[in-house]
Design a protein around this ligand. Sequence first.
Ligand code: DX5
Ligand code: ZN
Length: 216
Amino acid sequence: MTSAPRIAPSLLSADFACLGEEVKALTQAGADLVHFDVMDGHFVPNITVGPGVLKALKPLTPLPFDVHLMITPVDPHIDAFIDAGADIITVHPESTLHLQRTLSHIRARGAKAGIALTPAQDPAFLRWILDDVDMVLVMTVNPGFGGQAFLHTQLAKIITIKDLIGARPIDIEVDGGITPETAPLVREAGANVLVAGTSIFKTKNYTGNINALREA
Ligand code: DX5
Ligand code: ZN
């Protein structure tokens, strides 16, 4: 265990009636990234927000926007999110026919590229694509909703991915059910970026809730 993990609050659990104020509050509270979950009611059963909302929030914080696209097909929408201010774009492999093309397009447009794996997905294919990614997101719940229970089966997957990555400068992000109880487990396995919705927005003490994850 080395440096502190980076904390990425998920706006999915924020008050949608005042997202701008929520982003400012998270910035004040010491968040490292803003995790922006995009859902289409097709790839996942829920629908959230699009590039217009991202564009409106972008000027309100110096923090990078970590955009998690749970939409299919994903390729027709990537440019709109980059134009709106996405700093990191993470895609699910099954949302594109040609993953390497998608990732290299994201990088060519100047954003960082991430791959998200659902709980049932085997990470072995990553070895063919690791030179094209900046981040691997391990979903520790099924994508679609906040507030689900952490899947302990994913800890071994994080260890496997850490091993595959070797010395490459690639982040391992975890998303779903991250709390002060599960944070030490994913840290121990090798994750260095922690997404959290429920456990950060459960009270208005965002600073305390973020620190509780960072120091767990
Ligand atoms: C789920 C989203 C997550 C979600 C996490 O599909 O990708 O980012 O907001 O929420 P919690 O922390 O409540 O599990
Ligand atoms: Zn997410």
